[in-house]
Design a protein around this ligand. Structure first.
Ligand code: MN
Length: 420
């Protein structure tokens, strides 16, 4: 993507949404029904109007008005050739030297809405949600806390992308408050568990990708075809109740410690927008089994941050600085592994990375690691300390790929903790 590409819409150099990005989402204006839009600068471009006017006469669309739907699922099912053509149409219409929209005032008034005036919804009806555990440093830190450094990683960890099936119904769009959950908690010295609100409430900085066309039950997706099925990425906060998790997780993994709320950012950044930020996946040792090997497997250079703002702070404070490249397993490997047994993915399914921690202390993607299970509380700029998130705390995750004079941004996923 040439950096010279410019829109007639003014876009600040640090905006997350230049014409090189064009992420898709579902927006809602006061009285209207939700529909599909694309972010450009501080605006949302209403694709349903452009579709109605015949701008998307693309054979793959088969005259189905996918952009007036209240979820991206119809569009996701169409696949990469259709996605690319739609992106080209939008990029052309927004380009500085294209007059169709630029010089038509009444049409501009119909199709552009200030982002501050719309409510963003979940991008898709999420049928199934899976959370991986693909950051080596996260797995190693957590394993060290639970089992000591000698046995930090389970024997399977470097052979397969470990994951659990999560709960799709409790995934919410950024901005929703998150209620501190109640659950069973077993204090270390108590003979029996107690019941009450979680006392060790946490965030997890993650990324996640949306599935486009699915695969039939019984038909694995080979790793070489994995990206045909991946539309794009969002940011995710996998809110976690660590005390509930510690008591419940063996032998079948996370359950009520996770499925009370999971927040995602509303704009889905297409793989096409991230193309210039691809990096080769670092060599893996041991070499994975053949079904997890791809000739040009890749990751992305995406900077990621988590910011905490307590009720008495004036401004948010960055507590995590990490990068998408800290993931050991690639998105193609995650998808190939997920389907290798014939498991069928469907349009709108969400596959998440797991907490993205890196090798340094500031790159730890959750309080569990940052405070080493509460042993080393964080000290915030106003002198407050935190072992875990407290009621009234707001946690915001943001991320962007830095280009030459522009950013491919994800916006943010934010949420405030409210009492149980
Ligand atoms: Mn997680």
């Amino acid at each position: 993507m040439p950096t010279a590409l410019k829109s007639f819409i003014a876009v600040a150099p640090d905006s997350h949404f230049p014409i090189q990005n064009l992420p898709f989402g579902i927006f809602k204006l006061a009285q209207d029904s939700p529909r599909v839009g694309v972010a450009i600068g501080e605006f949302v471009l209403d694709l349903s109007v452009l579709e109605e006017l015949g701008h998307f006469r693309i054979p793959e669309f088969q005259d189905r008005p996918v952009f007036s739907e209240s979820a991206l699922n119809g569009f996701l099912a169409l696949g990469r050739p259709a996605w690319r053509k739609a992106r080209e149409v939008i990029q052309h219409l927004l380009a500085a030297d294209t007059t169709a929209l630029r010089d038509d005032g009444p049409l501009r008034d119909r199709v552009f809405h200030a982002q501050k005036d719309v409510a963003m919804q979940l991008p898709a009806r999420i049928g199934d949600y899976t959370d991986f555990y693909s950051s080596y440093h996260h797995a190693h830190n957590v394993g060290t806390m639970l089992r000591g450094p000698e046995n930090a990683l389970m024997p399977n960890w470097k052979w397969l992308p470990v994951a659990y099936h999560g709960r799709a119904s409790s995934i919410v769009a950024s901005g929703a408050e998150v209620r501190r959950p109640h659950g069973q908690i077993k204090p270390p010295d108590a003979p029996a568990p107690i019941f009450g609100p979680s006392r060790s409430f946490d965030y997890e900085l993650e990324a996640a990708f949306f599935i486009g066309p699915g695969n039939a039950l019984g038909e694995p997706v080979p790793i070489s075809r994995a990206t045909d099925h991946i539309f794009g990425l969002v940011l995710m906060n996998d809110w976690s109740a660590r005390d509930v998790q510690a008591w419940e997780y063996q032998p079948l993994g996370p359950f009520l410690a996770k499925n009370f709320c999971t927040s995602i950012s509303p704009w889905v950044v297409m793989l096409e927008a991230l193309e210039s930020f691809r990096k080769p996946l670092p060599p893996q040792d041991p070499e994975p089994l053949p079904y997890l090997r791809a000739a040009n497997d890749f990751t992305y250079d995406i900077q990621l941050e988590a910011r905490l703002q307590t009720a008495s702070m004036d401004a948010p404070h960055v507590i995590t600085r990490t990068n998408f490249q800290n993931l050991y397993w690639s998105i193609a490997q995650q998808l190939a592994h997920h389907t290798v047994n014939g498991c069928n993915l469907q349009p709108g399914d969400l596959l998440a990375s797991g907490t993205i921690s890196g090798p340094t202390e500031e790159a730890r993607g959750c309080m569990l690691e940052l405070t080493w299970r509460g042993a080393n509380p964080l000290t915030l700029p106003n002198g407050e300390t935190r072992k875990w998130l407290e009621d009234g705390d707001s946690l915001t995750i943001t991320g962007w790929a830095q280009g030459d004079g522009y950013r491919i941004g994800f916006g943010e996923v934010a949420g405030r903790v409210v009492p149980a």
